[in-house]
Design a protein around this ligand. Structure first.
Ligand code: GMT
Length: 377
């Protein structure tokens, strides 16, 4: 099939999922066209059947805001026509589902029918999409997509609660490519470069936005550090980076923390990890937690949104109420204090992650494409 994928090209989870999906579809012989504002960060190799089309937005003095949706929908029309695409799969409702709907209408006038799959990822529903500024347009574009998917049961329920939705929403979970996570025997993980003998290594990965509660990460770490010598690797960057640094200094743990910045090699960094922290305010799924689990790392997370669907309390790690850093630190210490217990949690985390392997999830998207093509428009 010829599939157009629209996503954010940055380090966010929705862009990562869309890119990994496109790469996997390409490997299975589909022709994939990424139509985005920049080459997606995880798209490091274009092949015969993986193409990238950049959406340009011209600067013009009259524009206070650049009309990206307009440029995107015009580009979608051009690419669908030029390459004869079968399907447009847009990731993150704002503004992608809206732009795709406009493209669909323009193409209809030319006698071309293009079905649209919209995948909801989280903040497009929970934080941004339901804001009155955007809600009518988001609701309209969800209801006018041909198929709508959500990345967890929790996000599906949030969407039905927050919007007047007249369509079925199918849950297709985030996935992981286990080939990128070498087995324990193959890893030459030089922990000594980061931590002393006897120190545990704790990792957090995110875009450091307020929803990730970065200060909780530092606070939990400081509490763990009182009982268990450890290092914290902070991967990513964003608005909360400076306040995290400041809090670490105030709590006297700054020297035990390494801020690594954004990375394309999270899978390699995770080989050092004994524990992963994700105390988010809300998380539709928590792809970062799944990536950690795939790398044999138990997770201490909040229990909000879809996190309990990924991180099973007392099996793959522990979940606590948002902001309860005492409970999170207590659970972390419980996992980290003994080698045998830690190894058990590590094994169970990886075992549970296997159900989200790309081999299980990719066919679900392919089935959506097949059905929509037959029944569409
Ligand atoms: O986590 C973020 O802030 C980035 C955001 C995005 O849209 O790029 O991630 C969302 O989509 C991911 C992929 O489906 C989910 O795994 C994340 O849980 C979700 N983030 C939130 O709901 C906060």
């Amino acid at each position: 099939m010829k599939i157009g994928i629209v996503c954010y090209p940055t380090f966010g989870g929705s862009g990562v999922v869309a890119t990994e999906l496109g790469i996997a579809l390409g490997k299975k012989g589909h022709e994939v066209h990424f139509i985005t504002s920049k080459q997606p960060v995880r798209l490091n190799a274009l092949t015969n059947n993986i193409h990238f089309h950049e959406v340009f937005v011209e600067e013009y003095p009259l524009f206070h805001f650049q009309p990206y949706e307009l440029a995107l929908s015009s580009k979608l029309v051009a690419i669908v026509e030029r390459y004869g695409l079968d399907i447009l799969h847009v990731h993150y409702a704002i503004p992608h589902a809206y732009a795709a709907y406009m493209a669909k209408q323009m193409l209809k006038e030319k006698g071309i029918e293009i079905p649209i799959v919209t995948t909801l990822h989280g903040t497009d529903i929970t934080l941004v999409g339901s804001h009155p500024f955007y809600k009518p347009a988001v609701e309209f574009s969800i209801n006018n997509s041909d198929v709508v998917t959500a990345v967890s049961e929790s996000l599906r329920n949030d969407t039905l609660r927050l919007f007047d939705i007249k369509k079925e929403i199918e849950v297709i979970y985030n996935f992981i490519d286990f080939d990128k996570y070498p087995s324990i025997d193959d890893v030459d993980c030089k922990r000594g470069t980061l931590a002393k003998d006897g120190e545990r290594i704790i990792v957090h990965v995110s875009n450091f936005r307020p929803v990730k509660r970065i200060k909780d990460v530092i606070t939990i770490f400081a509490k763990i550090q009182k009982e268990i010598p450890s290092k914290l690797l902070m991967v990513g960057d964003g608005p909360e980076r400076e306040s995290a640094d400041l809090l670490a200094k105030q709590l006297g743990v700054r020297d035990q923390i390494v801020f690594l910045g954004n990375s394309n090699e999270v899978n390699k960094i995770l080989c050092y990890a004994d524990l992963f922290l994700l105390p988010s305010e809300t998380e539709s799924f928590g792809l970062a937690a799944l990536e950690a689990m795939a790398a044999r790392t138990p997770v201490i997370s909040s229990n909000s949104g879809g996190l309990p669907e990924v991180n099973v309390h007392s099996v793959t790690g522990f979940t606590s109420n948002v902001g309860d850093t005492d409970d999170m630190a207590k659970n972390a210490i419980y996992i980290l204090e003994g080698d045998i217990r830690l190894q058990e949690f590590k094994a169970k985390a990886q075992e549970f992650a296997k159900q989200f392997s790309i081999e299980n999830v990719l066919p679900l998207y392919e089935e959506v494409y097949r059905t929509i093509k037959v029944g569409c428009c």
